[in-house]
Design a protein around this ligand. Sequence first.
Ligand code: KIV
Length: 271
Amino acid sequence: MTQYSSLSTVKPLSINDLAAMKRRGEKISCLTAYDASFSMLIDSIGIDVMLVGDSLGMVIQGYNTTLPVTMDDMVYHTRCVSHVRRRAFVIADLPFMSYATPLMAAENAARLMQAGGAQMVKLEGARIDCVSFLFDQGIPVCGHLGLLPQSINQLGDYKVQGKERLEAEKIIADAHQLEQAGAGLLVLECVPAELARKVSTQLTIPVIGIGAGVDCDGQVLVLYDMLNIGVSKRPRFSKNFMQDAADIGQAIAAYHSAVKQSQFPASEHSF
Ligand code: KIV
């Protein structure tokens, strides 16, 4: 709590701050957050970005996919996070089917920003139509390529994406298109480290990896996975930061410092 009060005069990070971090080679640390208590702790430790992920469907609600998560769920959890935020940049996921058309994307993104207090919204896939429409309305967008959990019923399995040459080329091309359409950030999930390195080097916008190797501009993990309290098995690309920590604050601080010093992910967390 003391740590937290000392942040009360701190200005929230903006998308420009994250872009500047990429330019000066400073790694961006990001964790998922879903409630006020964890968010206050994460923010006080200095994590740069809090992502209100639709992974909440799995770790908070106990479903085995993110598909049941609704817009009402996302607005509620985004509000819980954003109203205690002091410094961290807040991104909220647009859930399954909430961006079937650009107009739906804009209406739902507006809810996440107006009622939820998000600074940016994230959507999965090469939805250039939606990204470009949102950009024109002044809505900051984070793209998400590689493993797309909202498409799990099409994919059949949570597995590494972009291992084949054509698949890898498509991910690179999609990343460029998202940047050109106005995306301000890109999440790359579960792809070979070498592919993620290429994308991060070629794009101007920051690329945040999860299971994408150490050469991304930043890293994100699902909070409950790195605290080892998830309801399902921790993915190979995550790490139990509680193992050597006396408490949750220490585990989050160890993750933050490992990301900043490019010590996480190690090769055993990469593909
Ligand atoms: O929903 C989520 O937590 C995410 C991360 C896995 C990137 O999208």
